[in-house]
Design a protein around this ligand. Structure first.
Ligand code: CA
Length: 222
């Protein structure tokens, strides 16, 4: 569960929607008091915390979180409107794990969330993705096909995870490149083809699930 503390309804809903579409569960909260109320009932894996909030601002909320032994280990990503108004040092010194400056792209956002979860060892060993006989343990970076473990490279793993998270959808080579290799990656879309080919080989018979969509990209059949 990821909490999104953000007073602007549109942004809050967009964050929650994006996280849920990526396979996380997420809950939107309007302010610090809503957050602390929710924290009494459950412990989220991660908190996204807007700085400009009604009532206590993000810095004050962060301080409260970090001074309470029950909440101090929950990773926090600060979300801020404009870089100039945001004191990075203050945020990171205050115990935030990362910060994102608005406006940000949703892919960048998801990538940051995943990076923090990975770094904090909270990427959810319990979080599993499945597709047919394929089972991906996200936190452990392990893939099983009919309960046989597959040996994948890191990029093959990320590629497969991306396909399974978006199963049934056609993904263009550029989308895949941007997501798996990063936006400033300078490579060619052929990189994607090469990795898809090796992934298919490792999947054996199940490799047929990875369809080529002519002129567009690839799709993982459900
Ligand atoms: Ca705000």
């Amino acid at each position: 569960m990821i909490y999104c503390v953000e007073d602007e309804k549109n942004i809050r809903e967009l964050l929650v929607y994006t996280l849920e579409a990526t396979g996380f569960s997420a809950k939107g909260l309007e302010d610090g008091s809503g957050l602390f109320k929710a924290l009494e009932k459950e412990e989220p894996e991660l908190i996204l915390l807007d700085i400009m909030l009604p009532g206590d601002d993000g810095y004050a909320v962060l301080q409260k979180l970090k001074s309470d032994p029950r909440t101090k280990n929950i990773p926090v990503i600060l979300v801020t409107a404009r870089e100039s108004e945001f004191d990075k040092v203050r945020g990171l010194d205050g115990g935030a794990d990362d910060y994102i400056t608005k406006p940000f792209g949703m892919m960048e956002f998801v990538a940051r969330v995943k990076a923090v979860l990975r770094r904090c060892g909270k990427s959810g060993e319990e979080r599993e993705l499945t597709c047919g006989e394929l089972r991906i343990s996200v936190g452990r970076h392990e893939v099983f096909l009919e309960e046989q473990k597959l040996e994948l490279t890191r990029k093959e793993f990320e590629l497969l995870q991306y396909f399974v998270e978006n199963k049934g959808m056609v993904m263009s080579r550029n989308q895949i490149l941007g997501y798996v290799w990063g936006y400033d990656f300078d490579g060619e879309t052929r990189t994607v083809d090469v990795h898809v080919r090796s992934l298919r080989q490792k999947l054996g018979d199940a490799g047929d699930m990875l369809e080529t969509v002519r002129g567009v990209g690839y799709r993982l059949r459900e």
